[in-house]
Design a protein around this ligand. Structure first.
Ligand code: HEM
Length: 402
């Protein structure tokens, strides 16, 4: 089976030809994934769609495939264990129950109601960049915007926001020291969130934390540990991913001849189509979390033993010529666009409308302020984030030209 190397600066800068070549060689390949180790990958669009729906044969919770813990690791510190059992690592019936409890605020209509607040946050961040002379879009906008928006959505008290944002920023800053410091703070994060739950329990207030604290649904309500894991996964899943969509989307727009001016001239509907294509083309989340075979089985002709991990390489499925015409070309008017950037099946991204709204607003405001926006320096020399399985820039210096 083909072994894929899915890391390194050259890969992150231009993964398309490599992934298309891998897909042409077969629908299944292998790689070494961080923490998980040797893993089977599904590459084709059809293969990914059926694999991610096949919850009878593949479980996200490794315990349902013979492992001792949800992550397939024999040992997890207690402080991480409670956070590790969340939407992304639970199978039905728990997954269905948690998803129903958290669904409503993430629906398109609810997110449309948030757009003015997101636009205000975005505008304030761009004001600060201009006032401070900060031309790095990653620190100025891509990282803080998703975190501030999640704090708003959850209804985190103003007094706790700055420190929480600082700590979560550490997880994704790319510096090993900052990540270690952030990991050491997981106990502190849990105490801060538990204090927020207590406040919301005493008095209902706006935001998802309060809604969830008081929520009931047919399947019951959330335990405090489930609530904690839910809030944590929203920060973790909704932060770096959106950061990467905005940074890689802006980089792609500014390195594709004509794309900036075309997007600047678009109305809201056309811009939404363009952002969807940037999602396909950039694939900020390159692959899903692992699924584990519940029993010895066969996947697209390849045997998979019980307990073995399999991941969907979404970035390859997004280049499948069986589904997309001219898949290696950025087509800002591509419709339909059945890309897999948000995953597929029961674990389809909960925050897709939120992330889409943030990216659309960010592009609209950037180009309205600075129609002559350009990358400052050689775009091909800019560093990409090193985190396995994601794709976004470590920093993105811009010339803010009007
Ligand atoms: C561009 C930004 C984003 C991308 C590319 C993205 C991508 C994904 C993908 C591929 C999955 C499926 C993972 C799997 O099947 O293993 C997923 C799941 C999830 N995402 Fe996102 N995401 C983004 C933004 C967000 C935001 C803003 C939030 C919320 C604040 C969010 C919350 C979640 C949650 C909770 C799940 C798990 C859903 C479940 O298991 O039922 N994501 N996301």
């Amino acid at each position: 089976m083909t072994f894929l190397k899915l890391s390194g600066q050259a890969f992150h800068r231009a993964p398309h030809a490599y992934l298309a070549g891998a897909l042409a060689a077969g629908s299944v390949a292998e790689t070494n994934a961080m923490i998980v180790g040797r893993v089977t990958l599904v590459l084709s669009h059809a293969g990914i769609a059926s694999f991610l729906k096949d919850t009878e044969r593949f479980a996200v919770d490794a315990r349902n495939a013979g492992h001792k813990s949800a992550f397939g690791m024999s040992f997890l510190p207690k402080s991480l264990k409670v956070l590790a059992e969340n939407l992304l690592t639970l199978d039905e019936p728990d997954h269905t129950r948690l998803r129903r409890l958290s669904d409503a605020p993430f629906r398109r209509t609810s997110i449309d109601g948030l757009r003015p607040a997101i636009a205000a946050q975005c505008s304030a961040l761009l004001d600060t960049m201009a006032a401070d002379g900060n031309t790095d879009l990653v620190t100025g906008l891509c990282r803080p915007l998703p975190l501030q928006v999640i704090c708003d959505l959850l209804g985190v008290s103003p007094a706790r926001r700055a420190e929480l944002i600082r700590v979560f920023n550490g997880f994704t800053s790319g510096s090993v020291l900052a990540v270690l410091q952030a990991l050491m703070k997981t106990g502190w994060i849990q105490r801060e969130f538990r204090a927020e739950f207590e406040l919301a329990r005493r008095e209902a207030r706006p935001g998802l934390i309060s809604d969830l604290v008081h929520a009931e649904c047919d399947e019951g309500r959330l335990s405090e540990d489930e609530l904690l894991a839910m809030v944590f996964v929203l920060f973790a899943a909704g932060h770096e991913t959106t950061t990467h969509l905005i940074s890689s989307g802006v980089w792609t727009m500014l390195t594709t001849p004509g794309a900036r001016d075309r997007i600047a001239a678009m109305d809201d509907d056309a811009r939404a189509v363009a952002v969807d294509e940037l999602m396909r083309f950039c694939s900020p989340v390159q692959m899903t979390k692992p699924r584990y075979a519940r029993a010895d089985t066969d996947l697209l002709g390849v045997p998979v033993q019980r307990g073995k991990p399999v991941m969907a390489l979404l970035a390859a499925g997004n280049l499948d010529p069986a589904v997309f015409d001219d898949p290696l070309t950025l087509d800002l008017a591509r419709r339909p666009n059945r890309h897999l950037g948000w995953g597929w099946g029961p674990h389809l991204c909960l925050g897709l409308h939120l992330a889409t709204a943030e990216a659309e607003i960010a592009l609209q405001q950037l180009l309205a302020r600075w129609p002559g926006l350009a990358i400052d320096g050689d775009p091909m020399a800019l560093p990409w984030g090193k985190r396995f399985g994601t794709r976004g820039l470590a920093w993105l210096p811009l010339q803010m030209k009007t």
